[in-house]
Design a protein. Structure first.
Length: 256
């Protein structure tokens, strides 16, 4: 499959839908494009007022929708509004409607990720203001309403994260460049955050205190960490190319 955007633009991100039948791209020309698996363009629209860094598909259990984030400090939720019986049909042009524009960030929003479906309809984002934000749609059939349920500093509260073994010390705070959810349904919600200095932080949601807690830090030598698919085992595996996967214990270490 070969897809193309407008002449001269840079494609910043590409994402398959859940079924692997459609691909969404976002570009420096502020546009989102949707293609089928044969490379036919199904939709194209100007989505932001700045370069679009990331695009992500919502789980189809909640409908046909995309989220995008941009240099313009916005996170946008786009819903496909084609006839329900025609959504996703091969070669069928589609129409997308802006359902919600989230403007909580104070600087460029550089990455976002939908939570695994067992966590409900939630979306995490990170940006140049060094914050992590988790938004939730209280009513999964109403994508026009999203509530900010968590907001905290990505590095743990104002201090420079301690360098992982082998990582050089730094006097400045690194910026988060990527974030992803752990997909395991047997764990408390967890987030991996990749920083501009190569550090990766693992955050876990503390159900008892109802807050996010930093679990550990390590040198990923990468700013795009990803969690491996969930399988029965005594640990979860998180990957940060080019290093080999790092096993993370299921239970967090006891507090000192």
């Amino acid at each position: 499959m070969v897809v193309s955007g407008s002449r001269g633009d840079m494609v910043m991100d590409v994402a398959y839908d859940y079924w692997g039948k459609r691909v969404a791209t976002c570009s420096s020309d502020q546009s989102i494009r949707v293609f089928d698996d044969a490379g036919h363009k199904l939709a194209e629209w100007k989505a932001h007022a700045g370069t679009i860094w990331r695009v992500a598909w919502m789980h189809p259990e909640f409908g046909a929708a995309l989220a995008s984030c941009s240099f313009d400090r916005k996170v946008c939720i786009w819903e496909e509004v084609s006839d329900a019986e025609e959504v996703g049909l091969p070669g069928r042009a589609s129409s997308w409607k802006l359902q919600c524009e989230i403007g909580d960030a104070r600087d460029s929003v550089v990455d976002l990720d939908f939570a695994p479906r067992h966590c409900g309809l939630r979306l995490v984002s990170c940006g140049a203001d060094r914050m992590l934000r988790v938004h939730e749609a209280p009513d999964v059939v109403d994508l026009s309403s999203w509530t900010l349920i968590s907001e905290f500093e990505a590095d743990g509260g104002g201090a420079t994260p301690p360098p992982a073994h082998g990582a050089p010390a730094s006097g400045t705070r690194p910026a988060p460049l990527s974030v992803t959810w752990c997909p395991s349904p047997s764990e408390a919600p967890m987030l991996l955050v990749g920083f501009s200095d190569g550090t990766v932080l693992l955050w876990a949601f503390d159900e008892f205190h109802r807050r996010w807690a930093r679990l550990l830090a390590f040198d990923g030598s990468s700013v795009t960490p990803r969690c491996a698919p969930s399988h029965p085992r005594s640990h979860n595996t998180h990957t940060t190319s080019p290093q080999r996967p790092l096993p993370i214990p299921r239970e967090p270490p006891p507090a000192p």
